[in-house]
Design a protein around this ligand. Sequence first.
Ligand SMILES: [Zn+2]
Length: 631
Amino acid sequence: MSTVLRNPASIPPKPPHRLLRGYAFDPSLASRLDTMAVSEILYKVPWEDLRDGPRGEYVEVVDVDPPSDRFYAPVDLDAPEVLAQNGLAPSDGNPQFHQQMVYAVAMTTIDRFERALGRKAFWADRIVTRGRRVEYTYIPRLRIYPHALREANAYYSRDKAALLFGYFPAGTDARSSELPGGVVFTCLSHDVVAHETTHALLDGFHEHFMEPTNPDVLAFHEAFADIVALFQHFTFPEQLRHQIAKTRGDLSNENLLAQLATQFGHASGSRGALRDAIGRYDDTLQKWVKHVPDPDELARTAEVHDRGAILVAAVFDAFLSIYGSRTRDLLRLATGGSGVLRPGELHPDLVKRLADEAAKSAGHILNMCIRALDYCPPVDITFGEYLRALITADKDLMPEDALGYRTAFIEAFRRRGIYPDNVRTLSEDSLRWSGPDEDPTLDPGKMRGLISEFVRIVGLRAQVDTLRYAKSREEIWTKSAEIRKKIHGTIASEIRKAEVLQRMTGLALAEYQAPPGVRVRRDGVPSFQIHGFREARRLREDGRILNQVFITILQKVTVEHDGELHEVRCGSSIVMDLDDMSITYAIRKGLNDHPRLMRSIEYAESGQMAAALGSTYFGAGREPFAALHRT
Ligand SMILES: [Zn+2]
């Protein structure tokens, strides 16, 4: 009898990626001759062990179809036939392919988000209130329902911790490129899936950005979801080259990269995409026209999606100017110095080089947009504050800004009337959040001493290390909750240190200084919540490692307005440098900002808040992001 010897070293390591075929934008490209060749791409998803569904670490696809009372068998992406062919072939008639498509796009989006932040992403906790006690439960997986609704819609539901996608018959406009009455599946649109996944990621990051306390909050949610979907287009290599060739390198002309949900737009009766960052289809002129930035438009625009579109356009504009300045030398080289292209097709080498530059600029712009989230106030975000967050976060990592990214952002935002209140000029230095070091009312030496003592008491460095070596997302979640508790306890017991924090954050943290309106616990400590705790280790352009911690503190205050009492949420985001043991920024929405408190109440009272919610709400439910578009 012979023995078979198995050499364990012959088993190859797990692959880094799983390749999955899918639609690049949506199925409509496959039916048009000019885009047919670029209608598909291979999504490169980080490898993970999967169960049928697919069900992995972050998401679980559940394919029940309540409108038709059906259940579609879950796809097994590990089946040899499927693995060997990079997944199922794109097909709008195969539900298993739909499952593969939502999985591929959702995982691509999560991966993009995690790579920008350098840490794991989390879904919003399930929050259950029992009397005064609030319980938070960890949500490991987001559920994705590819066939949840029979209507032209898709949405993220926090209550269900799920993404719900609809399908619907296309309109009967014969001029549209869609088959009249043909079925359109929103789960087959990269843009719709990426947009909804981003809503869920942002909600897991900033839970209170769903509370519209000013006209920008929900508009920011919409804009951010569009920005991520849009800039992911630049990671589609063939499509990028195709569109660069088609526009002869000028991406400010009509192109697919700047448009969102083309098929959805056509199928619901419009001649253009659902949204377009640089132009729109003009029904009277019967052609696509470029959008001209108007600094007064923001003040006139209240509807959430329209307002969000202004922010998206500003970010896209910043991208276009960076792309323009990064490719100017290439165009000069290609044109014998004139920079003016001769008519006709571009040389494929030039197309490739232009595409490389576009991909690089788009990648950096998207990183900036995602990283800025760490530098946003935890409540009541405005577009102007987002600009400040963008500038500050980028300056921390790239002190020099040699390529002019920050200048491009400031310029593009200014042209659309987006700037913060209370800044002296629109220079980079006045837009950057100021730190406690620049606050003349704080004694810098004393402050630093107290903060580093506070860091030592909490054992913050060792705590952050335990987070970094945690083995699973659940372990990170549990440890962060412990750290938050420890910070809360330390603030409550170390009143002297708390006083410095109180001055910086604009919140009431020490017992003897709680103003009326802030609830005080039985032991005399004001009621406040350490809501977020995150860490980041990022490489600066000069080679230094930036070792940071981000803490958010929340507090509610009851104030009187027109004889009635109103509760308003306040909060502060603290950015700490763990190497210096210092607080670099305290980004605040404090108790003492009386005008802000009054504005929030008036906004809620005026009915504008209800209108903002109305344009995003679905029916009478509690689903703020139920509306993908206005109808
Ligand atoms: Zn949305």
